[in-house]
Design a binder for this molecule. Structure first.
Ligand SMILES: Nc1nc2c(ncn2[C@@H]2O[C@H](COP(=O)(O)OP(=O)(O)OP(=O)(O)O)[C@@H](O)[C@H]2O)c(=O)[nH]1
Ligand SMILES: [Mg+2]
Length: 299
């Protein structure tokens, strides 16, 4: 019996959702960083196996939104819960249960979806912490399963895939077998640049940065790419550029190497850093950043 269905991956920022998606697929479709609120959109990852097709939806971390950007991120979370067959909730098992976790539990209760709880990062968890955590969570909600995993070290991921198939309905494949995401290359290129900015900056900069792919042109064996990195203040622009442009150069080198493996060709990458005050509350600018607005060459 061939099965197929949609599974959303939710949880607090930094719990490891995007790491899990990438490891499940064996492909990098969603950027990862040690900074919270890395993922800002719904990202589809498609896993085709003999038994069926699982369509995973990576989502932004659940947080209380203030600015318009954060409201839209939370809307993406709620949207992704509509019509799914199963919910995966990730918890960073190494952090203490707090109000943010309660917020997640309340959301799950409210939705009443079939839910598997994943206690992530067990590779760095003291063994004696696991059982108390499982018993605490099982009192909070009637989870279909509770599975300790390490997304990073791929512990229990095969088991997780088999378990998820158990909860999927019989159905046809929705995507061609070799397709592993619905994201356009142009979008992924911008995300890879943003990831390298996140990895090379600290404090409020990751939150205040976004990337716009202004040019994406493939000419035979070469990709010509021009990205604008937006920050909110001139002081932030200076930090990203760094002394004698060294930081921007490092960001560019790191991003280009991954872009080249993504596209399977040489890339010529131009990065510019621009200031756009309060862009996170600018409705029109945010509209222009939405995945659906990506059109043009290569998309
Ligand atoms: N030790 C350990 N670290 C992990 C594991 N999974 C993820 N991480 C780390 O946790 C951090 C956050 O990972 P992400 O995958 O970006 O987390 P996320 O839940 O997608 O975060 P947001 O997109 O911000 O909501 C990164 O530094 C990962 O390397 C794990 O199993 N073990
Ligand atoms: Mg993420």
């Amino acid at each position: 019996m061939y099965k197929s269905g949609f599974i959303a991956i939710t949880g607090r920022p930094n719990s490891g959702k995007s790491t899990l998606l990438n490891q499940l697929l064996g492909e990098k479709v969603s950027i990862v960083s040690d900074k919270p609120q890395t993922t800002r959109h719904k990202i589809l990852g498609i896993l085709s196996q003999k038994q069926g097709e699982i369509i995973f939806i990576d989502t932004p971390g659940i947080h209380k939104p203030g600015l318009e950007l954060n409201k839209r991120m939370m809307r993406a979370v709620y949207d992704s819960l509509d019509g799914i067959d199963l919910l995966l909730v990730l918890v960073d098992a190494t952090t203490r249960f707090g109000s943010g976790d309660q917020y997640v539990v309340d959301l799950i209760r409210e939705r009443g979806l079939k839910t598997i709880l994943l206690l992530n990062k067990i590779d760095v968890l003291k063994k004696d912490k696991l059982l108390p955590l499982i018993s605490m969570y099982s009192q909070k909600f009637d989870f279909a399963e509770i599975v300790p995993i390490s997304a990073l070290k791929r512990e229990n991921l095969e088991l997780l895939i088999q378990l998820t198939f158990k909860y999927l309905p019989e159905g046809p494949a929705f995507y061609p077998e070799d397709q592993f995401t619905d994201c356009h290359e142009r979008f992924l290129v911008g995300e890879l640049v943003r990831e390298k900015v996140l990895l090379n900056t600290a404090e409020e900069l990751p939150y205040s940065t976004t990337v716009v792919v202004a040019r994406f042109e493939e000419k035979g064996e070469l990709a010509l790419i021009h990205c604008d990195i937006y920050v909110e203040r001139d002081s932030q622009r200076k930090i990203i550029i760094g002394r004698q442009g060294m930081k921007l150069k490092k960001i560019g080198t790191e991003a280009r190497s991954e872009i080249e493996s993504l596209l399977g060709k040489k890339a010529y990458l131009d990065l510019f850093v621009k200031v756009k005050a309060k862009w996170r509350d600018d409705l029109r600018f945010l509209d222009s950043l939405s995945i659906n607005s990506w059109t043009g060459a290569g998309s």
